[in-house]
Structure formats: structure tokens, C-alpha cells
Design a protein around this ligand. Structure first.
Ligand SMILES: O=P(O)(O)OC[C@H]1O[C@](O)(CO)[C@@H](O)[C@@H]1O
Length: 254
């Protein structure tokens, strides 16, 4: 596990975008696993800027999003399909058929989950997976539970997640209660994982994820044993990790 520290959210976003851009330069047909939520928005902005400066070409890139709300159509303003279009895909030259997101309106959930897993396999697996982290340690929508799912599945969202996401919806009641998400195994299959977090409010969960026991009650803790995990945090999180003794020494802030 490698930990990198950026001075602030902008630097975390820039460092992450640089890692993705390097991957795409090395492998123009790279398969990227993508995340939604507030945290990756800065990464997408940076990547769009690089694309506009002709520093990155997405024409052969394939992407798989981690998750989608169950029951929302792709043009619902709070669907993750819509998020990806309006925060990223509409501004770059990715081919529509290469950008994959679970179908939130799928009639046959099992079939949809199977189709999604197969599509990842057919593309040769994920080269680089971008992840955020929920305050309860969820990755994708893999919520803390007695057991974890390996592959793409339908999940009941936790109250904490529903209320965290209610900021994007008009009312709490409008937040979907279920989602289709890649499983821990689908995420783990990625050759390389980059998890990003910014802000003091994520410090506690990052400390637990790095230092805690591997547990299905903290899905992100599983990442400790991934072969290539980079965690990119900002200075406030590093200060907390150092104060708690999770980091024995302060890392260079870049
Ligand atoms: O980046 P945010 O908005 O804090 O979200 C954290 C996590 O929560 C989710 O948005 C889902 O609740 C994930 O996609 C994300 O990784």
C-alpha cells in the first residue's frame, strides 16, 4: 500500500488525474474503473482540461462505473449515468459504447449483474480502478455487512449512505434505497487501485481502513491486501493519521 499526500483537494485531484493520464498514455485502450460522488469531480475536471490541451486521448479507453441507483433511468438527474455524462463523458472523446454503467432500470437484476461482470471480463479486466470512500467505509456501494459479495449485485443502502446522498436529492424520501454495485471481487480484480479522500471528515474512516482489521463491517479494509493500492489523501487527513499514530512519520506533502 502506498500513501501519497496532496496539500489540498485540488492537488489530490491533480495527482490522481496524472496517474490516470499516465496509464492511458502507456495503454491507450486502458480499461478504467470509475467512481461517482463528490470526491472524484475534481479528477474529472482535470482530465477534461488535459483532453482540451490534447494531452490525453480517450478514443480507445473503456470505462466501467462502480454502481448505479436501482430504479433511476440514465437520464434522471441524480443517476450515476447522468452524473458521468455531465461531469465527464460529454466533454471528452470516449465512445458511448465503451462507457459502461449498470442499468438502473434492468427488469432482471440477476441477468444485469451477470451481464456487467461478463462485460468487464470481455474487456480483459480493469487496469486502473478509481475509488472514493463512504463515511461508513463503503466502496462502490458495498456496505458494511456480515458478509461481502464478490461480484456485481443488488444492495440495500444503509441509512447513513442514504442520508449522505440526500444532499443531491430534494428530499430524503427521494433517495433510492437500493443500488446495483460491483462487488468486492470485481473491484479487487483491478490491476491497480487508486482510492482518494479529502477533508477532515474522511480522516477517521481512512485511519480505520489503513489500520483496522480486515472486516466485512468495513469493506474498504479489504483493500489493505490488494497487490497495488495507492491512497491519495490531503494534508488534514495526514495530520489526523499522524496524530493517531497510524502514520509513524509525516509524509512529504506534494
Ligand atoms: O465522495 P463522496 O461524495 O464523499 O462519496 C463517497 C462515496 O459515496 C458514494 O458516492 C456512494 O454513496 C460513492 O460512490 C463514493 O465513493
Amino acid at each position: 500500500m502506498k500513501i501519497l499526500v496532496g496539500k489540498n483537494y485540488d492537488r489530490v485531484s491533480e495527482m490522481t488525474a496524472n496517474i490516470i493520464a499516465t496509464k492511458v498514455k502507456e495503454k491507450p485502450d486502458a480499461v478504467l474503473g470509475l467512481a461517482t460522488g463528490g470526491t472524484p469531480k475534481g479528477v474529472y475536471k482535470r482530465l477534461i482540461a488535459m483532453y482540451n490541451d490534447k494531452k490525453i486521448d480517450f478514443s480507445k479507453v473503456k470505462t466501467f462505473n462502480l454502481d448505479e441507483y436501482y430504479g433511476l433511468s440514465s437520464n434522471h438527474p441524480q443517476s450515476y449515468a447522468y452524473y458521468m455524462k455531465t461531469n465527464f463523458f460529454d466533454y471528452i472523446n470516449i465512445k458511448e459504447e465503451n462507457a459502461h454503467i449498470p442499468d438502473g432500470l434492468a427488469q432482471d437484476i440477476d441477468e444485469e449483474c451477470h451481464r456487467y461482470e461478463q462485460a468487464i471480463k470481455d474487456c480483459g479486466g480493469i487496469d486502473l480502478q478509481l475509488l472514493g470512500i463512504g463515511h461508513n467505509g463503503h466502496i462502490g456501494f458495498n456496505e458494511p455487512d456480515d458478509a461481502l459479495h464478490t461480484s456485481t449485485h443488488l444492495v440495500n443502502l444503509h441509512e447513513k449512505t442514504i442520508s449522505a446522498n440526500s444532499r443531491f436529492f430534494g428530499k430524503d424520501e427521494e433517495v433510492p434505497r437500493q443500488a446495483i454495485t460491483m462487488g468486492i471481487g470485481s473491484i479487487f480484480g483491478a490491476d491497480e487501485i487508486v482510492l482518494i479522500a479529502s477533508g477532515e471528515d474522511k480522516a477517521e474512516i481512512i485511519a480505520k481502513m489503513i489500520n483496522g482489521q480486515l472486516s466485512s463491517k468495513l469493506p474498504a479494509s479489504m483493500l489493505q491486501i490488494h497487490k497495488s493500492l495507492t491512497i491519495i489523501i490531503d494534508e488534514p487527513i495526514q495530520k489526523h493519521l499522524y496524530a493517531e499514530g497510524v502514520l509513524k512519520e509525516q509524509l512529504k506533502v506534494v
